[in-house]
Design a protein around this ligand. Structure first.
Ligand SMILES: [Fe+2]
Ligand SMILES: [Zn+2]
Length: 356
């Protein structure tokens, strides 16, 4: 009988290589091979000409960027190029500003590597209005992101949730409302006080356009799916106070959904990486891979562009204040109160213990 001889020097390297390939390489390249599972043809779109003498506000919405990688820098450079070509007044950061566990102080080196130096490009010398993501809350360090506002020329987070206005012209303005959606999404914490604050602020607002932004989606056809508590607590306020759009990240994809009772839902969470996504019944446009959303707002029109990892406009959508485009898409999203769109929502729930 042949005796089995143990010769680790022969097979061990091969096994180790296979192990590393299977376990670590997919993690290293996570997002690079992400795809839209059921791609649909992109609807035809136009980029309306600007009207001479009209006031405009220009901003970028982008989230899930805080990796400190060359992918984050690539998106920063594309943002800079867009700002140079078509203008930019400020950036909305849609959360997960510092992977994996937020910052540990106001002097954490990540401020330099993942924010100040990362966006130190001449046309990005604008305010960055930031919101908090689930990763920013790890270890209860979110308050450092508020405190850093005092130390930076461009980082703006006056409070964990806050509002600011931007003038379009002498008689029109946009009001923005930044939410701390982790507090809303996490059921253990008090999340009604923030909803009360949002309601009070929306009630007071006389702005031409009202935009709410935060990290977790209300509705989504991405890997996470609808966020139940956002649907329960935030969605009714968006509709009651005629908010024009809700912008968020968390999904590492870009999605534009048909308006639900007049509210547009826009996801732009590809500031450094991407993840598989899909088209759903109410999707107008969906994409993955790196990129961001750029907006141009006049007193009459809200124009949204989705740009890919080469800076190309993949899709653009314009709606007007008089409701013409709104009415064309007006329909209810078929979801029950607080329901999830698919089984993917359940999968996300099981992952919640580690906030991912
Ligand atoms: Fe994220
Ligand atoms: Zn997230």
């Amino acid at each position: 009988m042949r005796k089995f001889s143990f010769k680790p020097q022969r097979w061990l390297p091969a096994v180790l290589l296979a192990f590393v390939s299977c376990v670590f390489l997919p993690a290293c390249f996570a997002g690079r091979g992400s795809k839209v599972k059921n791609p649909q043809p992109t609807p035809p779109f136009t980029v309306p000409d600007k009207v001479a003498g009209q006031g405009y506000v220009y901003f970028i919405g982008m989230g899930d960027q805080g990796e400190g990688t060359h992918e984050q820098r690539k998106v920063a450079e594309l943002m800079n190029a867009k700002a140079q070509k078509d203008s930019l007044d400020f950036v909305l950061l849609l959360g997960d500003n510092f992977y994996s566990d937020g910052v540990t102080s106001v002097t954490d080196p990540q401020w330099r590597t993942k924010f100040e130096e990362m966006y130190d490009l001449s046309f990005l010398n604008v305010p960055f209005y930031a919101s908090l993501g689930n990763h920013d809350h790890h270890k209860n360090h979110a308050h450092f992101q508020v405190e850093y506002t005092q130390r930076s020329k461009k980082w703006k987070m006056p409070s964990q949730y806050y509002t600011f206005t931007q003038k379009i012209d002498a008689s029109h303005e946009i009001q923005f409302f930044a939410l701390d959606t982790q507090v809303i999404a996490e059921t253990k914490r008090d999340n009604t006080s923030q909803a009360q604050w949002l309601e009070q602020e929306l009630q007071k607002s006389r702005a031409t356009w009202k935009i709410v932004f935060g990290h977790h989606p209300v509705f989504s056809y991405g890997e996470h799916g609808n966020e139940r508590r956002m649907v329960d607590l935030v969605r009714p306020l968006l509709e009651k106070y005629e908010v024009d759009a809700y912008l968020c990240g968390h999904e590492h994809d870009r999605q534009l959904l048909k308006p639900v009772n007049g509210v547009h839902y826009i996801i732009s969470g590809t500031g450094a990486k991407s993840r598989d996504t899909s088209y759903g019944k109410n999707t107008i446009f969906a994409a993955t891979n790196l990129g961001f959303a750029w907006f141009r707002v006049s007193p009459q029109e809200f124009h949204a562009q989705f740009l890919d990892g080469s800076g190309k406009i993949e899709y653009a959508h314009t709606w007007s204040k008089d409701g013409v485009i709104k009415r064309a898409y007006e329909e209810m999203m078929p979801v029950g109160k607080g329901s999830k769109t698919s089984g993917k929502g359940k999968k996300e729930k099981t992952k919640k213990s580690r906030w991912w």
